[in-house]
Design a binder for this molecule. Sequence first.
Ligand SMILES: [Zn+2]
Length: 250
Amino acid sequence: MLQKCEGIVIRSTAYGETNKIVTIYTREWGKVGVMARGAKKPNSRLSAITQLFSYGFFLIQKGSGLGNMQQGELISSMRTIREDILLTAYASYVLELTDKCTDEKKPNPYLFELLSQTLTFMNEEYDLDILIHIFEMKMLNSLGLYPILNKCAVCEHTDGHFSFSIRENGFLCHRCIEVDPYHFDISSATVKLLRIFYYLDLSRLGDISVKDDTKKELKRVIDAYYEEYSGLHLKSKRFLNQMENFRDKI
Ligand SMILES: [Zn+2]
């Protein structure tokens, strides 16, 4: 049976001389793997639509095993991302994180929206660090992680000066600071942004400008939290860190 879906190519692997196996994150079905016969040939009508980052509609012949991609219609090739090595590094991390945090055939239209909006904003050259941090904060639930960011994780007060505690899984107020001697001292700007990134809908993101020091704090907290709880070791993340070190030096 032929079925149509809207999706984004998050992984693409050569299979034999001329075929590709493509993983698509779809609005309708979540993550699916499909065979694209002949897609490696440059003149194939499936050649462009099966590239990494391609966003489009796909016609899939579904069977018992891998489905077969019959046709595709591009909505966006994410050309700006594809043509820039730094953007490619950031966007590859977003794809790998999506891949590693999701199981096949579990529909999650909210996650599809998040992915397509993040890549579209990257393609339109919004602030990359901010987009990455929003994406990372919003993926936490998919990893089964629920940090407490709307109150103190210990005493539940919503007022006060907050720090971040990996061990207590969220914010600590000034009254409870001694509970975790390894808490992160963070500025009130970082507190506010962690909260916004976690709770706010990405489509409501306006022009937000964030100081470099605040960005560094955000990265320190989010990276440490992922390292402790996510269980992920992503190649694209290591590469991204190398790129960032390089970028800081020039
Ligand atoms: Zn407290």
